[in-house]
Design a protein around this ligand. Structure first.
Ligand code: FO1
Length: 317
């Protein structure tokens, strides 16, 4: 029987492991569920950063230094916009614009985000089924010392500087989990679920907050395994560790494992954090160590392999 995995991913960090998994598994074996709570309307366009980051990463089109946006990008639109004195804090490359304009037009014409996304991925020769977490509109707001900030305002405009005290996912209660994700999580032949190393609070939590999602993860037939986004107390990229400190939690892999402890079967932590294994196992979560820093493509593939091996071990035990 074909093995079947679901990888749950947010932005740049998650996409790195997603690429590793895509090199080991076929589109028949691997689906992706993607966060859409970072999505926003900017300059009249519907932007879906995590969907696009995954698409560019899997197709080899991503800007490797930034992690987001396209390689060999040009910025004439942004330069012209700046000359007009208009809003230029969110950088939209000339080639990248074609995606936002296409998405906006098709949403306006009544297509749903899943169909639009899957068609765009096909144009980029990415054949893995990709499921936006929902077709409905959900927006993350970061609760800060300066009030509630829309996610991209906090993340890009204010460079994650304001102190964080919590998060809100506007629209979450009435949003429906994507039926494609629901179907996979109910499949008795599902082999494994991988929670990629994305920010637990702003990339993964919106997906977990969708009605049904947490229960489906608790009851699905397959082991659910998360990979740490924190190595030796530091986030490789992004504000995860800073958020933990501001939320008065230790910035450790243990905090991440505990965050998912109601549904998690296994946790991959960095080899340098091996001392945390026993306290994570006390949460009834199996652990394995691996090199979780992904610099090269080989690192991504190796971590993906360690994750899949771990899932198989958990299935046997
Ligand atoms: N991140 C930035 O730090 N600065 C930007 O100007 C920026 C523009 C941008 C445009 C399109 C896109 O798909 C992503 C973009 N990102 C930018 C990344 C994005 O803010 C984050 O990747 C996610 O929302 C967090 O996961």
């Amino acid at each position: 029987m074909t093995k079947k995995y679901l990888a749950i991913t947010g932005g740049v960090g998650g996409a790195k492991l997603a690429l590793g998994l895509s090199k080991l598994l076929t589109p028949q074996q691997l689906d992706f569920a993607v966060n859409t709570a970072d999505d926003f309307v900017h300059l009249g366009m519907n932007i879906s950063p995590d969907i696009d980051t995954l698409m560019y990463t899997l197709s080899g089109e991503s800007n490797a230094e930034q992690g987001w946006g396209r390689r060999n990008e040009t910025w004439q639109f942004m330069d012209a916009l700046k000359q007009l004195g208009e809003d230029s804090w969110f950088n939209l490359g000339d080639k990248d614009l074609s995606i936002h304009i296409t998405r906006t037009q098709k949403l306006k014409a009544g297509q749903n985000l899943t169909d639009i996304t899957q068609n765009l991925y096909r144009q980029f020769a990415v054949n893995f089924p990709v499921w936006p977490m929902t077709n409905d509109s959900v927006s993350t707001f970061v609760e800060t010392e300066n009030g509630d900030l829309p996610f991209q305002d906090y993340f890009v405009k204010q460079q994650c500087a304001p102190r964080v005290s919590g998060f809100k996912f506007k629209g979450i209660k009435s949003a429906k989990l994507n039926p494609g994700i629901r179907k996979l999580l109910l499949d008795p032949d599902l082999t494994g679920v991988v929670l990629c190393p994305s920010n637990p609070y702003v990339s993964v939590d919106p997906m977990l907050a969708l009605p049904e999602m947490r229960t489906l993860l608790k009851t699905c037939a397959a082991p659910v395994v998360a990979i740490t986004p924190i190595i030796s107390g530091q986030a490789i990229k992004g504000p995860t560790a800073k958020m933990m400190q501001e939320l008065a939690m230790p910035s450790t892999a243990h905090t991440v494992a505990r965050h998912y402890s109601d549904f998690l079967d296994g946790f991959v932590l960095d080899s340098g954090d091996i001392k945390l294994s026993s306290t994570i196992e006390e949460l009834n979560i199996s652990t394995v160590t691996a090199q979780t820093l992904m610099v090269t493509l080989q690192d991504r593939i190796q971590l993906a392999k360690a994750t899949l091996d771990f899932i198989h071990k958990l299935r046997r035990s």
